[in-house]
Each structure stands twice: as structure tokens, then as C-alpha cells.
Design a protein around this ligand. Sequence first.
Ligand code: OOG
Ligand code: NI
Length: 466
Amino acid sequence: MVFQETWELRARFARSLSDMYGTEVPAYTTLVEVSEAVNTDFMDTMGAEAERLGSIGRVTAERHGAIRVGSPEEMSQVAQVFAGFGMYPVGFYDLRDASKSSVPVVSTAFRPTDKDELAKNPFRVFTSMLAADDPRFFSPELQERLQSYIAERHIFSDELVAMAAKAAEGKGLEEVDADKLIELATAAFELNDEPIDEQWYRELEAISAVASDIGGVRYTHINHLTPRVLDIDDLYNRMEARGITMIDEIQGPPDWDGPDILLRQTSFRALDEERMFKFADGTVGPGALRVRFGEVEQRGIALTPQGRELYDTMNTQVDEKLAAGSGKTRVELAREVWAENLPNTEKGLREQGLGYFTYEVTGSAEPGEYDAEQLIDSGVITAQPIVYEDFLPRSAAGIFQSNLKDEGTRDNEQQGTDYDLDTLSKIVGRDIVEPYELYKAQEEASLSAAAQQLGVTIHPTPALQS
Ligand code: OOG
Ligand code: NI
């Protein structure tokens, strides 16, 4: 009997979902192959520098998934399943207001929170819950039908939830149990071939394709699985060269002359998929659905609250310039705005308190008091950027939106249902952590460990004073 630790379970789960999803969406396999080629070439060109934001081993295995559940009960069950894999809720995203289209969901991401766990396998799943009680999208009468349809389904079996609880409790499982957990957890996210009630599905689809995807069927499925690349512009061009149409632009930061920050993402459009439908006249036959797509991402440095504020301000400036109509593209304008506002070195980001870093002792110093930057300049400590492990609401909304055929409907006269980090935490059954808290704690811990090791006092960079 071999005991498998939490991280091994998580790595196996990610691999198993990836194998399954590759058989369901063959274009995903192409995306993974192209991503691997991009990463290998980037390593060849850049050498050790290529691994500044994660080892090639980590990056090659790295995926994020996206799933969508229908009710607070399903959200709480899926949280228990992810806990078995050492994945905990981080961040609150309200996509209802982040998008022009009708996207009636609130979300969090389940992921490892410890830096060593992240290094071993960073698998994360962006998890959205249908806000079936939001009157802007669903009339009282429809809410009732929708909620009872979802209440009747049983996506996460008792056996799966119990096995995940055992894994969480024991921080891993013996091999036989581990095999069972992976099998059950993978199956819970697999496409089901039960015919779809066409009338019900189309009724919800008219409001939002996201609503029909979640509440129009009796099961859930992986919406997409996203590999990580070290050069997303290269990936974008290679996919287009293969004749795969990508969405119009890369979401998030532009390609610019400075460090990678936060998260850049792009995707190819959702493809028509044939599914079996049960029609109103009782006959069963094929029909088309369009919900699943392929996405890819490049990760950069985690920003502090001030850094994030600057990022948001820059986005607003870009929007304004775009609206003013200069004939330039969003990306061209973004590059200009960035060059004007954002320091283009890691040192600059640190000095202005915009990014998070960890510190490692690489020399020695006389006892005394020092500024962190002083010790870095003299080679006593070395700074490493902390990679952004989370998501961006605007990009997430862009990803949702670029895959909707039409805007759907919403009634803004109605008062939306309140959801925030606290209400979603109660639903999830565990405190949702703010991403900043994790990065900040990591930075502080590394700095105090360095100070202790050197026997000196280190005055932190402005980033820590936030
Ligand atoms: C989730 C969309 C958000 C991302 O990478 O920002 C997302 C979904 O489509 O369910 O995955
Ligand atoms: Ni995604």
C-alpha cells in the first residue's frame, strides 16, 4: 500500500481531468501541444530567466479549470470535494456586473494556498455559482422552476463527498482509496449523454447561455481547462497559423517592455458540439450546443492593492482613449499608458510598493539596520517575484462574454441579490481568503526569516506597509 499525499492527489486529479477533457474537446489537445512547444522554445531562448515565475516542471503541468454549479448546496459540496485535494476558496468575483451580457453568476477559485503546495502542483478551479435568485435575470415564477430543477439533481455523490472528506482528514489517501477518489471526482465533471430537454434549455438560453449551461441540464461538466504558457503572444500567433480562430485580443495586460504582471489570457471560440435533445413532441435527436472553448494563460507578478489600483486606473484610461477614437487598438493604447505609468523593472515595482516579492539570503551583513533595497543592491539578499495565482474579474467577464452568441436579457429595473465575500463564504462553508492576504503573508514571512538568518533588522519595502 502506498500512501498518496494531498499534492499527489491534486496532481493526479488535474491529469485525469486533462485526459478526459482531451477526449471530449480534441482542440484542447492541440492547444496543450502548442503550449508545450511555446514553452520549450521560450526556455531555449531565455535560459534560466525563463523560470523566474515558476519552474518549467510546474508550468508544464499547470492548469486551471472552470466549472459552474447551480445552487448553494452544490457549491458547498464541490468545496468539500476540492478540500480533499488541498484546494481552498480564494477571492470573490461578481461577474453579474462585470459584463454587459447576461452572466448571472458569482464565483471563487479553489486552489492551494501554501507556497510549497503551489510549487508541487498549483491546480486551481474557477468555480461559478448560478445566482438563480437574482430577479434581474429570473422572474419569480422561473426562479421557482429553476431552483426545483436544480434541487432534484445529484451531481456529487455521497461516496465522492465522503472519500474527499477522508482525504482532507488524513492529508492524503492509501492508493486504493486514492484511485477511487480520482475516478469519482473525474466522473462528476464528465459530459453526460442523457438527452437534454430542448424546451427548458432554450427557455433559459434566451436569458443567458450561462444559465442554460448550468441549469438546463441535470449534471455539470468542465467548461474549460487552461494550460499556462511563458509567451502568450507566440502561442496566439501559432494557433492562428494553424487555422484556429482566436478571440480578437489577449485579455489583461498588454505585451510591453517591462515585467509580466498579473494575468494575460486568450481563448479560441466555443465550438458547436452535437448533443442529444429531447424535443417537445417527445422525439429524441441530435442538436447543437456551443458552450465549451479553449483558453490559455500567461502569469506574471502579483500586485499589491496599490499596484492593482494602478492597474485598474490604467485600464480606465485605456478605455477612455479608445472611446475618444484615435484609430489605435486597445493593445497599442495600453502599451502607451503602461509606459507612462508603470515602472518597467522589478526594482521599480518594489520601490513603489506595487508588487509582491520574497527574499532569500545570498550573502552576509554586519549587525545593524538596513533597508531591504540596500541589502538587495549589495547582494546580501535576493528578491524573487511572487507569481499571481488568481484571476481578474474583467478578463473572466471577457472570457465568458466572448463565447456568448448574444447578450441575453436582464431587467435592470429590478434590485439584484446581494452577494459578497462573506455571503459566499457561508455558502461555501469555509472562509474565502482575500488573495492579497496570502501574498502579503508570504512576503512578510520571507523577510523576517531573512532578517533572523542574517541577525539584522530589515526595513521593508513600501509594499509591506500597505
Ligand atoms: C469561467 C470564466 C472565467 C478565467 O480564466 O477567467 C475563467 C467560466 O467560463 O466558467 O475561467
Ligand atoms: Ni479560465
